[in-house]
Ligand binder design. Structure first.
Ligand SMILES: NC(=O)c1ccc[n+]([C@@H]2O[C@H](COP(=O)([O-])OP(=O)(O)OC[C@H]3O[C@@H](n4cnc5c(N)ncnc54)[C@H](O)[C@@H]3O)[C@@H](O)[C@H]2O)c1
Length: 278
């Protein structure tokens, strides 16, 4: 049976681990070839370790085990020219581009707005907002050139629809992604290129599974553990679960990327266990 994105090519940023790796595997399972990039560097101010070359190699291994092709490179979404160069090379090799998962993102210092460091603020906007625009800007000419339409899926967050204290830089960037998504949806509709955004609640990835992030949810606890974090995280969701898994986000991406969503554009889709309506 043909897969849901059979014969298509997907560009995925932040693909070394977490949701990005899950996206690569899920799309490959349904027949897509993959162009993957990741920073593979320390992120200043991040309370968690960087993705590594070994992580990206593991994504490659998993996609190749599904008999799909993958071209994986080190690139930085903040660097438009570098990003464009690796995407251009990937499309030259795989022959087309249909799907974009603008997934790369960071989580850094957590503090009241007046205490946020200037450099940390700018780096957040450069990565989580400008990086998404760079990804779209580099990809759009390739999708248009195919003349078959396509699907851009921008990763925002529940924090892109609702405010939370002590992460103004993250909340601002993720809200900005919604404005970008809606604008692109209008601009690209004549070419049958659809643009939507994903809004996850907490996802079980290295970005949140660390003590400083647990402390954001449990400010009174000095060394919170994952067991302490679980009920606090669950309290944010309407459904009685503490977090979702990367594949839950990948399944939403797959739907939006597939022809099943052929007339869905301009939509901000929460995969949030009801966090935003709570
Ligand atoms: N984990 C959560 O709870 C959660 C919730 C809502 C939204 N998100 C968003 O989901 C996306 C994926 O995050 P994740 O949970 O998989 O975390 P993660 O840290 O496991 O993965 C993010 C990946 O992006 C890469 N990256 C960071 N900066 C980059 C840059 N400048 N250029 C290229 N790659 C870069 C990292 O190296 C890493 O591999 C992010 O946009 C994040 O903000 C995460």
């Amino acid at each position: 049976m043909a897969g849901r994105v059979e014969g298509k090519v997907a560009f995925i940023t932040g693909a070394a681990r977490g949701q990005g790796r899950s996206h690569a595997i899920r799309l490959a399972e349904e027949g897509a070839d993959i162009i993957a990039i990741d920073l593979l560097e320390e992120i200043p101010g991040a309370p968690y370790g960087p993705a590594t070359r070994q992580d990206l190699d593991e994504t490659v291994r998993a996609v190749e085990a599904l008999d799909r092709r993958i071209i994986a490179s080190k690139a930085d979404v903040r660097d438009y020219e570098g990003l464009k160069a690796v995407l251009d090379a990937g499309v030259a090799e795989l022959g087309r581009l249909d799907i974009v998962a603008a997934n790369a993102g960071i989580s850094t210092q957590m503090a009241p707005s007046e205490e946020l460091d200037e450099a940390i603020w700018h780096d957040m906007i450069d990565t989580n907002l400008t990086g998404v625009w760079h990804t779209a800007k580099a990809a759009i000419p390739h999708i248009k050139a195919g003349g078959r339409g396509g699907s851009l899926v921008l990763t925002s967050s529940a924090t892109g629809l609702q405010a939370y204290p002590n992460v103004a830089h993250y909340v601002s960037a993720k809200h900005g992604v919604v404005g970008l998504m809606r604008t692109l949806a209008l601009e690209l509709a004549p070419d049958m290129i659809r643009v939507n955004s994903l809004h996850p609640t907490q996802v079980d990835t290295p970005m949140i599974m660390n003590e400083p992030t647990f402390r954001l949810f449990l400010p009174g606890v000095e060394h919170p553990t994952v067991e302490d974090f679980e009920p606090a995280s669950q309290a944010m969701n309407a459904l009685p679960i503490p977090w979702v898994e990367p594949v839950d986000i990948s399944n939403a991406l797959l739907f939006l990327a597939s022809d099943e969503a052929r007339y869905v554009t301009g939509v901000a889709l929460p995969i949030d266990a009801g966090a935003v309506v709570k």
